[in-house]
Design a protein around this ligand. Structure first.
Ligand SMILES: C[S@@+](CC[C@H](N)C(=O)[O-])C[C@H]1O[C@@H](n2cnc3c(N)ncnc32)[C@H](O)[C@@H]1O
Length: 199
């Protein structure tokens, strides 16, 4: 039998992320999570934010693990959806918010472009996009540990790496998503929050 995958980082960062996204999502009804990984964040956030439908998604290789987490839980979440941001068309998902954690630095630049474009098409006016992770500003790392992390990422996959805030914000603007918040988070991470306005 397959063992449930486990990401320790999810247990470490879930409460600080929750403290930021809780007010942002207070009036939302349905969240699409991109790159859900193990599904641990999804279970925790949907437990703490019971007014939301939390739709997990990821590339095919992670769907089995997410299903194991969801089936072991007393909570009822929709089945995970296979979504690789590079594959079009995206599944037709009814949501007014998109959340993703720790995905941009794993993706190559083309995938990041595809992610922003796909989210731009999915969200209607007023829809929100929230990203958690490390980002560079003014072409600089925000810490030495992020620089080391970036070097480690690139040693595994030269196309991966920490992305630049300014480039992400430009991609968001191309899809009519406007930066509303940029929160400083522990361990040199950020939460970026855009709202779609004016198609
Ligand atoms: C470091 S893990 C983060 C998982 C989880 N969100 C977390 O914070 O623990 C990166 C995730 O990005 C997903 N990912 C990478 N490339 C992707 C793509 N092209 N489309 C969708 N998800 C992708 C991976 O499958 C993986 O689940």
């Amino acid at each position: 039998m397959q063992n449930k995958p486990y990401a320790e980082s999810c247990d470490q960062n879930r409460d600080v992320i929750l403290s930021v996204i809780k007010p942002l999502l207070a009036l939302s009804y349905s969240v699409l999570e991109i790159g859900s990984g193990t599904g641990q964040h999804a279970l925790y956030f949907s437990h703490k934010l019971p007014h939301l439908t939390w739709q997990t998604s990821d590339r095919n290789e992670n769907i089995g693990g997410i299903k194991l987490w969801l089936s072991d839980s007393a909570q009822t979440l929709p089945e995970p959806i296979e979504l690789d941001v590079n594959n079009n068309p995206w599944p037709d998902i009814d949501c007014d918010a998109v959340f993703t954690a720790n995905t941009c630095h794993i993706m190559n630049q083309d995938s990041v472009v595809a992610m922003f474009s796909g989210i731009g098409k999915l969200l209607s006016d007023g829809g929100q996009f929230i990203i958690y992770g490390p980002f560079n500003y003014n072409q600089r790392y925000t810490s030495q540990s992020n620089e080391h992390f970036d070097q480690w990422l690139k040693s595994r996959d030269p196309e991966s790496g920490i992305k630049h805030f300014e480039e992400l914000n430009h991609l968001a603007a191309l899809s009519n998503m406007h930066l509303t918040n940029d929160f400083e988070m522990p361990a040199n991470n950020r939460i970026l929050h855009w709202v779609k306005r004016g198609d």
